[in-house]
Design a protein around this ligand. Structure first.
Ligand code: SAM
Length: 246
């Protein structure tokens, strides 16, 4: 069988494309791309002429059998998303799972990723961390998700689009409180790369007064003082605990 290569692409700076990523895109038979027009520009820049097929969130299920068929026939495929690592808040995971199940080798290449790039410069504890990705768009659903994260002790990493950053920060203030430390990373690897560090209250105020452009990673400090689990006075030996679970 052929191999599935997972190829990261730059998140804003073309020089972050690795030589191995270029070689891989050159040598495979087919590139499965989230947006073929977008990837065409990248391929033109690096003089890669491998054919592409579209592979995005709306055609994943339809495409997988076709891609598996090609892999099983001995063709190799590279999967790319618009930016950064495939599968990380991007299409890919279903294809990888299908290959794993069909015993087709999956070869990941290291490379650009917004979450880890932001984390290492944040100044917050780099481990343990929790990568969340995008919160749901509606404030009510955001608050519900954030409440589940409120007692996390680890650094939390979120992705957000510019038109939603204000609302998302407001939900965070509501659940985590205005004092929690946050780092906003904007336009990573690009000309106007910027880090905003402060309390959630400060950063939210900044966001209210700005015309916000660019892409964001939001890192939130873990809860330094999660509440102690209360002694309920019950005998929590295993059989009883199991009953409570059930
Ligand atoms: N697969 C990508 C990765 O590995 O990071 C993430 C794709 S996700 C659809 C896009 C989100 O990633 C953006 O909304 C933003 O939160 C974050 N992102 C991508 N590029 C970024 C950059 N240059 N600076 C800051 N955040 C970025």
């Amino acid at each position: 069988a052929g191999k599935l290569y997972l190829v990261p692409t730059p998140i804003g700076n073309l020089s972050d494309m690795t030589p191995r990523a270029i070689e891989t895109l050159q040598k495979v038979d087919l590139i499965a791309a989230e947006d073929t027009r977008n990837t065409a520009r990248l391929l033109a820049h690096f003089e890669v002429s491998t054919p592409q097929i579209s592979f995005h969130e709306h055609n994943t299920q339809m495409r997988i059998p076709k891609l598996l068929e090609k892999l099983q026939a001995g063709h190799s495929i590279a999967q790319v998303s618009d930016a950064g690592m495939p599968s990380i808040s991007d299409p890919g995971k279903e294809l990888v799972a299908a290959c794993v199940q069909a015993q087709i080798p999956v070869i990941p290449l290291p490379g650009p990723n917004a979450a880890l790039t932001a984390l290492i410069a944040s100044g917050l504890a780099p481990q343990p961390f929790l990568f969340y990705g995008f919160l749901p768009p509606k404030p009510k659903d955001q608050v519900k998700q954030l409440e589940e994260l409120n007692y996390q002790k680890c650094t939390m990493i979120f992705y957000e689009a510019p038109h939603r950053i204000g609302r998302t920060l407001a939900s965070m203030v509501q659940v985590f409180g205005a004092e929690r430390q946050v780092v906003l990373c904007r336009e990573l690897t690009k000309k106007y790369e910027e880090f905003l560090r402060g309390s959630l209250g400060e950063v939210q105020e900044w966001a209210q007064n700005e015309t916000i452009r660019g892409e964001f990673v939001v890192l939130v400090e873990g809860n330094a003082n999660p509440p102690q689990i209360q002694d309920s006075g019950l005998d929590l030996t295993l059989p009883y605990a199991n009953q409570v679970e059930a």
